[in-house]
Design a protein around this ligand. Structure first.
Ligand code: ATP
Ligand code: MG
Length: 405
């Protein structure tokens, strides 16, 4: 039924001179998110992006685009061709338009009884019929053709369940009946570079997506502790990075060798402080990697109070080590909000695969919730911090994760 998707972007329209860069970045990101579905023609028209595709693919493409940062909303749409100058639009064309509108309504609306209205935007003023006349005549046509005992239908101009929109722009007419909501935000690659601490859990991929949504470009680090963690645990992280790369482009996934650090911590540090100190070791490695790759921020999936280490004191002890701002997009979110987002961006099913993560293996029974910095410092005294960090990076593996990895 549909032959194109109208894509609306919001915030980026406010960016003055940079607008063309933003739009071309958004188009690149749209192309990337849909690359495996086909090669589609894309054009920009007055604050909109149009993506042309065969109707069989429209639904799949929409499902992808609702998660592409920078997109405010989108509508599968149909072009109405008239084959002559729009100001010559005559009664015969009007009858054809009516038929097309009725057909669209019939195909897309199934749940009766229902209400609707027709809403015309006549941006092209050379079009000879005014909006109120179009609205009422097209509305009447829909009622006449569709309304019956089996399909009770009425017009509601205030809160209709269905709004059939007619947009007349630059000599063309577009018809659509739904607006899917996009994530808003900024196109990826507009705000600088961040390093995501990506574990196999539910939280960090969502944190990564939220960072992408504000225009950050991402690389990732996953601390791996073989043989305590399996190859399948690592595969989980690779799959998560792959999903994020759909929205964010290539992600360099760095996997330092964390086993020795875990073992040393277990051996030499106060038992209740092992998680706190382990987290600081992660930050130390992340500092170094971010410096090498020119990243300007670290990103974690921490959420206040979610687990014992995610307290203000715990965050403080990590922040003390961090040499860059630590962004924690989930910090005030509840688990159910995070799960909802994870489902939306397709990371949920990967995250819940049952594989151990290095932290869970080494977590003591009774970890400290309010670590005291003096004890942390004292607890770290026996660790050869620099050497441990160096060796973890020396034995690191690096994968360039693309959407088709
Ligand atoms: P997640 O669901 O993201 O695993 P979590 O609720 O399990 O988080 P923690 O295990 O306390 O919480 O981890 C807090 C954050 O620290 C994670 O969101 C992630 O950013 C980072 N992190 C934890 N473990 C690792 C790891 N093995 N590799 C990389 N980052 C990690
Ligand atoms: Mg975790």
């Amino acid at each position: 039924m549909f032959d194109l998707i109208i894509i609306r972007y919001g915030e980026i329209a406010l960016k003055g001179d940079n607008i063309n860069d933003f739009i071309s970045q958004l188009i690149t990101n749209i192309e990337r998110a849909t690359k495996d579905l086909g090669d589609f023609e894309i054009s920009t028209v007055y604050g909109r992006i149009f993506l042309y595709a065969p109707s069989s693919k429209i639904e799949k493409i929409v499902k992808r685009l609702v998660n592409v940062p920078g997109i405010i909303s989108l509508s599968p749409a149909q072009r109405f061709r008239i084959g002559k100058k729009i100001k010559k639009f005559d009664q015969e064309d009007f009858e054809k338009l009516k038929a097309k509108v009725v057909k669209l309504f019939q195909t897309e609306v199934q749940n009766y009884p229902t209400t609707f209205k027709v809403e015309t935007t006549r941006a092209d003023k050379s079009f000879p019929i005014k909006s109120p006349k179009l609205n009422s005549e097209l509305g009447a046509e829909i009622l006449k053709n569709i309304e019956s005992q089996a399909t009770p239908l009425s017009v509601d101009v205030h809160q209709p369940e269905h709004q059939l929109e007619v947009e007349i722009r630059r000599g063309k007419i577009y018809l659509f009946i739904s607006r899917e909501t996009g994530p808003g935000g900024l196109p990826v690659q507009c705000s600088g570079r961040g390093l995501l601490l990506l574990s196999g859990g539910l939280d960090s991929p969502v944190a990564g997506w939220l960072a992408l949504k504000r225009g950050l470009t991402l690389n990732a680090v996953y601390f791996n502790s073989p043989p305590y963690t399996s190859a399948r645990a690592k595969q989980k992280v690779i799959d998560l990075a792959k999903t994020l790369s759909l929205y964010g482009g290539t992600i360099k996934l760095q996997i330092p060798y964390f086993t020795e650090i875990q073992q040393q911590i277990l051996k030499k540090c106060p038992q209740r402080y092992t998680v706190t100190i382990m987290r600081r070791m992660m930050i130390r490695i992340a500092n170094k990697l971010a410096k090498i790759n020119n990243e300007q921020a670290l990103i974690t999936g921490e959420s206040l109070g979610q687990v014992a280490s995610q307290t203000i004191e715990g965050l403080h002890s990590s922040n003390e080590i961090a040499e860059l701002p630590v962004l924690r997009p989930l910090i005030t979110m509840d688990k159910n909000e995070i799960i909802k987002l994870a489902k939306k961006i397709d990371t949920y099913e990967i995250s819940i695969r049952p594989h151990e993560d290095c932290c869970t293996i080494f977590v003591p029974d009774n970890p400290v919730t309010q670590p005291k910095l003096e004890i942390v410092h004292f607890g770290e005294e026996d660790l050869e911090i620099e050497a441990l960090v160096e060796r973890a990076i020396e034995k690191m593996t690096v994968l360039d994760i693309k959407e088709n990895f």
